[in-house]
Ligand binder design. Structure first.
Ligand SMILES: NC(=O)c1ccc[n+]([C@@H]2O[C@H](COP(=O)([O-])OP(=O)(O)OC[C@H]3O[C@@H](n4cnc5c(N)ncnc54)[C@H](O)[C@@H]3O)[C@@H](O)[C@H]2O)c1
Length: 354
């Protein structure tokens, strides 16, 4: 299973290094048809692992994009697709029971979630049901199988809330003041996992992803949305004066962290930041996209949105120490790569209005 687009040398080195360990093991990847999940599935298959994807192909963004993300895998002998909803406790029980023997050697990588910050303000119950009850359903499905304990969880930088004076964010920081329902559900997910680690011996790594981008990025996220609109000559909505800062993380860097986290077993419960540990203002981001696309943006300036944080910035010392995580792609190099992907694959994104 090769990638249809180039991956970084660092990620290729990681794949070579991890391959003997992953080969032959089975992983349940929830949200495996999504942006981050479909990259992971591709890399797992490339290392001869077996993968069971759970995804419900909801219409948060065009499900055709998610189908396209996994189209290459459908005939792979090591790939199984379960179209199911993680909110369905019985379905999760049955699925995990069916695959538990393989999963006992591999594990669960739980990426499925309602992932947008702003929509969580209008649909908090959907976010709670999916991100918290859905997580509980997977833990409960695994609980009867004492050898199935490895659980890797997608958390988020948004757990740090609005704390511009406390950057770069470090894992020991207080996260009891989330400012969006989405962020609150990620904090709850982390806490639930801690409880199951303590009570039932789950081996948990919660990864706090900092805004991830790259090939197949979700179309609702700024880099994808802006690229599409600038390329088409459409107006881009810009919230605030352009000074908000984000730590943008390239997808291949996230993948090296996820793969190492899946293997990590030195301690029972860890929360680990995965970012680039560099920040970029919104204005700088737009300029980088303009340069890569070769067109100027038409900006529609709007007020800052409730739930948005002024800055995200990761301290990644822990990831370096525990996961040998070494991100290599800064935004100046990552944006042209994203725009290259967009120009090649934009037909996949055409149906999307986000
Ligand atoms: N992309 C980022 O910048 C970012 C940053 C921080 C955290 N995260 C987290 O990483 C994970 C993956 O994010 P992504 O950007 O790939 O998002 P994505 O929306 O592309 O992928 C999530 C997948 O989960 C599936 N899903 C959602 N609800 C489901 C349900 N009830 N049952 C089964 N499947 C369901 C969706 O159909 C989708 O394919 C999420 O947990 C997200 O919160 C992402």
């Amino acid at each position: 299973m090769t990638t249809p687009y180039p991956i970084t040398n660092r990620l290729q080195d990681c794949l070579n290094h991890h391959q003997p360990w992953f080969s032959g093991k089975t992983f349940l990847v929830t949200g495996g048809a999504g942006f981050i999940g479909s990259h992971l599935v591709r890399h797992l298959l490339s290392m001869d692992a077996h993968v069971v994807v759970v995804d419900e192909f909801n219409d948060y963004y065009d499900p055709a994009i998610k189908r396209a993300n996994i189209a290459d895998f459908l005939n792979h002998p090591n790939f199984t697709l379960a179209e199911a909803d993680i909110r369905d406790a019985e379905a999760m029980m049955a699925l995990v029971a069916q695959h538990h023997q393989g999963l006992e050697r591999g594990g669960i990588v739980h990426l499925a979630a309602r992932a947008g910050v702003r929509p969580s303000l209008s649909e908090p119950r959907l976010y709670l049901d999916t991100n918290v009850s859905g997580t509980l359903n997977l833990l409960e499905a695994a609980r009867p199988f004492p050898k199935l304990r490895k659980f890797t969880f997608a958390s988020s930088s948004s757990v740090y809330g609005s704390a511009p004076d406390n950057v770069p964010f470090i894992e020991t920081q207080d996260v009891t003041s989330p400012i969006s329902p989405y962020a609150a559900t990620k904090v709850m997910g982390e806490e639930l996992l801690h409880t199951y680690s303590h009570l039932h011996g789950f081996q948990v790594v919660g990864l706090r992803f900092f805004t991830v981008y790259g090939a197949a990025q979700r179309p609702d996220l700024a880099i994808h949305k802006f690229t599409k609109r600038i390329a088409n000559g459409d107006t881009i909505p810009v919230y605030g004066d352009g000074s908000t800062r984000r730590d943008y993380t390239y997808i291949d860097d996230i993948q090296q962290g996820v793969l190492a986290a899946i293997r990590y077993d030195a301690t029972p419960y860890e929360l680990i930041n995965l970012g680039e540990s560099h920040t970029t203002t919104l204005a700088e981001l737009i300029e980088a996209i303009e340069n890569a696309v070769g067109k100027k943006a038409n900006i529609d300036r709007q007020d800052l949105q409730p739930g948005d944080v002024p800055i995200t910035y990761a301290n990644i010392d822990k990831a370096k120490r525990l996961l040998d995580y070494h991100p290599t792609t800064l935004i100046k190099d990552g944006i042209p790569k994203f725009v290259d992907w967009y120009n090649t694959y934009k037909q996949h994104t055409c149906a999307v209005t986000a």
